[in-house]
Design a protein around this ligand. Structure first.
Ligand code: GLN
Length: 286
């Protein structure tokens, strides 16, 4: 499916860059009144773009192209050369229901929203959390799964909960995957200290490797990938206390009518038990 007549693309891209920079830059997420005001300006730009992008037209070429970041097990990961996982299978089931071919593209997580906005991909499915800020840049489907931001530490770590990381005087360093909600929340909570205490990595795997190497004291990441990473790495544990609970959904360019078709297919797949079977195959039945 390709987007044509992209005459307002430039406006959408400018807004997406503004919204994304609000998402990913630590300095933009500090809890100061000044920064809140800045963020509001970005949101206002995003709303303008939302109106403008309604003018885009979408052409059905029979192929459903899903952008993901395939280093997020069990939602998406490589089995040999093939990308498998919960999102890969739900995406394929949706394409089948819509009578479309299915194609997955593996790109960096922080490029998914812009790629979807530009029409390069029909949808983004990457264990992606619905946030108010992202809703300024893209539309989301109904939610198909719940995510939890968890904290991974080395065995025997003095860090027992998020409070130990956030308490005054603490200097623990935290590793995150760039531009994920874990990055956004901890950068927001640490405020001015985020610049020196939050280390952003391109993948969760890189963040966990840095934890193993002692470069950071904790990693904040979604619970299911956390379990996979900890199972594959000795000497690490996940804290019992959760940081944040969130909803995963599929993102689309604003105004793309494909969203409604995908929602209809997704809800049928939820109702007939297909989504639960896929999730159980990778999570509950483990
Ligand atoms: N749920 C997190 C987010 O949406 C992380 C997703 C991911 O790393 N694939 O930011």
């Amino acid at each position: 499916m390709k987007k044509i007549l992209a005459f307002v693309l430039a406006i959408a891209m400018i807004a997406s860059v503004a919204a994304l920079s609000a998402c990913s830059k630590k300095d933009d997420t500090k809890k100061t009144e000044e920064t809140k005001a800045d963020t509001n300006v970005d949101i206002a730009k995003g709303e303008t773009a939302a109106v403008e992008t309604q003018a885009l037209e979408f052409e059905d070429d029979g192929v459903l192209t899903m952008a993901t970041n395939a280093y997020f097990p069990p939602y998406e990961f490589y089995d040999g050369d093939t990308i498998v996982g919960i999102d890969a299978e739900i995406g394929k089931a949706i394409a089948d229901k819509l009578g479309m071919e299915f194609k997955i593209e593996d790109i960096e997580f922080d490029a998914i929203i812009t790629g979807v906005q530009s029409g390069k991909f029909d949808m983004g499915m990457a264990g992606m959390t619905v946030t108010e800020e992202r809703l300024q840049s893209v539309d989301f489907s109904d939610s198909y799964a719940t995510g939890i931001q968890s904290i991974i530490v080395p065995e025997g770590s003095p860090i027992k909960s998020i409070d130990d990381i956030l308490k005054p005087g603490a200097s623990y360093k935290v590793g995150v995957q760039l531009a994920t909600t874990g990055d956004i929340y901890i950068s927001d909570d640490l405020g001015d200290e985020a610049t020196s205490r939050v280390e952003e990595y391109q993948t969760g795997n890189d963040a966990v490797a840095a934890l193993s190497a002692g470069k950071v004291d904790a990693v904040i990441i979604d619970n299911e990938p956390a379990k996979s990473y900890v199972a594959a790495t000795s000497g690490l544990v996940i804290l019992d206390t959760e940081y944040v609970t969130e909803d995963y959904a599929i993102c689309f360019a604003k105004g793309n009518p494909l969203k409604d078709k995908v929602n209809t297919a997704l809800n049928e797949l939820i109702k007939d038990g297909t989504v639960k079977t896929i999730i159980d195959k990778y999570i509950s039945a483990k």
